[in-house]
Design a protein around this ligand. Structure first.
Ligand code: GLN
Length: 283
């Protein structure tokens, strides 16, 4: 007697998985499926289509099935594969760090446009994606990065090793309570800007998996901007500037008033969805 097991080619899994994810309401079904398969097969996206007739072995299928189950249960794909892209490079992520978002990449574009500097400080570094990218793109000679969470700093250091950047110093620091002793040419941050009241309006995936301290200030979402305005003189060299992400159109007015009331000049930039997302602040 012979038993027949269904043979799954790579292309069958792409098609089956895309349908399955679409049925479950995932927006980016095909792309996520490709990411999982690339991970299981340790290959690039293009290879999936070159090797499309290849049959997956039982071990590979088992790893793949587990990934699909975790994804369907609501876990972000970045946590399942343990990494997330930022500015074209992969960064290690886990439940202790915010998954880097594409809109944050505009901060990097702004520094590029303004030109490289001597010293830069990244506050609330998370994965370290901003500080490390600044290093890799040669945008600052001396880079400092802080976070309120020790476990987050560990991930940022792992990412620094992964990308072999040497000129970054990471430190544990509570920006709302502690000061800095030196000034910097650029201070950059993607601070927690979600107000407590809006936390339950976020996607379940964000609420359940991103660390709350990376999302909210446990207030009105503006605590960090107030603190940056108050600390501007202590933090920035004469021609230095602040570059901050904030929570889109709804926060623009408030952020603008905070800095204007402190006698500072603001310039705003939109993200790819045409939402106001970045503010650059100067004397
Ligand atoms: N700086 C990191 C990022 O932009 C983390 C930001 C945060 O945790 N709020 O992704």
């Amino acid at each position: 007697m012979t038993t027949t097991t269904k043979l799954w080619r790579i292309i069958d899994l792409i098609n089956w998985g895309t349908d399955h994810f679409t049925t479950k309401g995932l927006d980016n079904a095909r792309r996520e499926m490709e990411w999982f398969l690339c991970e299981v097969l340790s290959c690039q996206r293009i290879d999936l289509y070159v090797r499309f007739e290849e049959i997956m072995n039982e071990d590979e299928l088992e790893v793949f099935r587990t990934m699909v189950k975790r994804r369907i249960s609501g876990e972000p794909f970045q946590h399942i594969i343990g990494k997330a892209p930022f500015y074209g490079r992969d960064f290690i992520v886990n439940q202790n760090v915010l998954i880097p978002r594409p809109e944050t990449e505009i901060l990097i574009e702004r520094i590029k446009t303004n030109g490289s500097v001597n010293s830069l400080l990244d506050i609330g570094t998370g994965t370290g994606c901003i500080a490390i990218t600044v290093g890799l793109e040669n945008l600052a000679d001396k880079i400092f990065a802080t976070d309120i969470s020790e476990s987050t700093i560990e991930i940022a250091k792992d990412n620094m090793k992964l990308h072999q950047v040497e000129n970054i110093r990471f430190a544990h620091h509570d920006f709302l309570k502690q000061n800095f002793k030196t000034k910097f040419d650029v201070v950059i941050s993607n601070p927690p800007y979600i107000g407590t009241n809006e936390m339950n309006t976020l996607q379940a995936e964000v609420q359940d998996y991103d660390p709350p301290s990376a999302l909210t200030d446990n207030g009105d979402g503006l605590s960090f901007y107030h603190r940056f305005a108050e600390q501007f003189e202590n933090l920035l060299t004469n021609d230095g500037y602040l570059l901050l992400e904030f929570g889109g159109n709804a926060q623009k007015q408030a952020v603008e008033s905070i800095f204007q009331n402190a006698g500072l000049k603001t310039e705003f930039f939109e993200d790819l969805q045409n939402d106001w997302r970045i503010v650059e602040v100067r004397r």
